[in-house]
Write a protein that binds this ligand. Sequence first.
Ligand code: NAD
Ligand code: G6P
Ligand code: MN
Length: 440
Amino acid sequence: MSVEKKKIKVTIAGAGSGYTPGMVLTLLKSDELDVNEIRLYDNDSEKNKDMGIIIDFIIKNGGYSVKILVTEDPKVAFAGIDFVFSQIRVGKIEMREKDEKIPLKYGLVGQETCGLGGFSYGMRSMKGFSELVELIQMYAPNAWILNYTNPETIVAETVRRKFPKAKIINACDMTIGIEEIICDSFGYDRKNWIQEYYGLNHFGWYKSIYDISKSKDVMPEIIDKIKEIGFNTEGLDKSWALTYQNMRKLVKDFPENIPNNYLEYYLYSEMIVEESDINYTRANQIMDGRLKKIKDTVKEIKNNPNLDSIDYESDSHGQYIVDIATSLLYNKNNRFILIVENMGAIPNLRFDATVEVPCYVNSKGIEPIRLGFNIPDFHKGLMEAQVASEKLLVDAHFENSYQKALEAFALNQTVPNALVAKKVLDEFIEANGDYWVELR
Ligand code: NAD
Ligand code: G6P
Ligand code: MN
């Protein structure tokens, strides 16, 4: 029986992001969704207009009959829409660069979502994302917010505390990325998989990967292949190739589970610092890569009236969020690994932790699975320290508390002592200015 397509209106918040073309292409190519309007919302009008030019080209070139609206006005952006896909980066790439470089100055991990850089970004996102949710609730109280904005655990926890009734799903594409590289490297199809995974965002482990085409858990053989052969990193940029090389090391050192690659920042902090170049971090690579590509593409479109293609494709990052929207809309009960309040999903971890676990998504929202086993002490111990430090940071935001922020920074597992934690905190307060709430 064919299901009637539902007409939907989608707003992309943080539309200036280089992920927008892939997301829009996935939306447009969807067999199940009938998107009749896409609104691009960004608070940087230059970035928004640039993306408007690219999306307009994609729509006209593909012959789609979809209305596109480019706006910096939240009322225009959100009134009457069904979904908001959020990918705002509060402080943009310039602040990401500081998140990465300031900790490195003190010999600490400098990263977008992990360690103290992640906390700096977290303080900004708590403020900026809360403002965004408030606007969405004002103009589109019934819309679903599908959120990619990082750092996801901190953002999810903040929204839960401040807007307990918000219709929001927090998703990270990293597990998809890990699964895809496993499939590409060793010849599997993740469509056949039922995964058991637990953790916090960018801080988790696979417990098993049941492959329905083989009627067995294939994780042990995948672990052997990672150890013996390693990942196929052909076509990846240098930093992602290095990430998967480090992930192989994680698997060799801790061969019981497949880890989330982001654990490298906590378990191999010193090695990561040595591998980093304070003069050219990931932010600089993005400036010279993804961000430059947007500008180049806009120029190409403007300069060439006969242009027939641009270098953007639908991708798994976009597919993931579109699949979640589809499962919500059509009550499909598909399984996704999502970020939710624990509430017993991981039985031996505190109830109020924000965890990442498999969930079913239907028209009512999210139904997380209950793992049904206790996680091992090694993982539990690491997670407990991480949960506590992230919660302290969220407390610091809501209570304007310097003390709580300092405790969060000192407890972070990339930090060797409280003296350096304080120095980095003070420098981040200075660098972030009004992007953070005032800490007293
Ligand atoms: P980017 O800086 O290139 O784009 C983000 C856009 O957000 C910019 O155009 C900026 O002007 C806009 N923006 C910032 N604050 C805003 C606000 N308050 N309202 C409206 N727009 C605002 O960033 P990017 O590298 O493309 O990443 C986008 C976001 O997606 C980041 O938060 C990133 O961490 C996140 N991300 C998450 C995942 C995941 O797995 N969850 C994966 C990829 C990217
Ligand atoms: C993965 C993670 C995201 C992160 C992104 C960084 O997709 O899941 O949370 O934002 O990598 O990628 P970038 O290319 O911006 O360094
Ligand atoms: Mn992520």
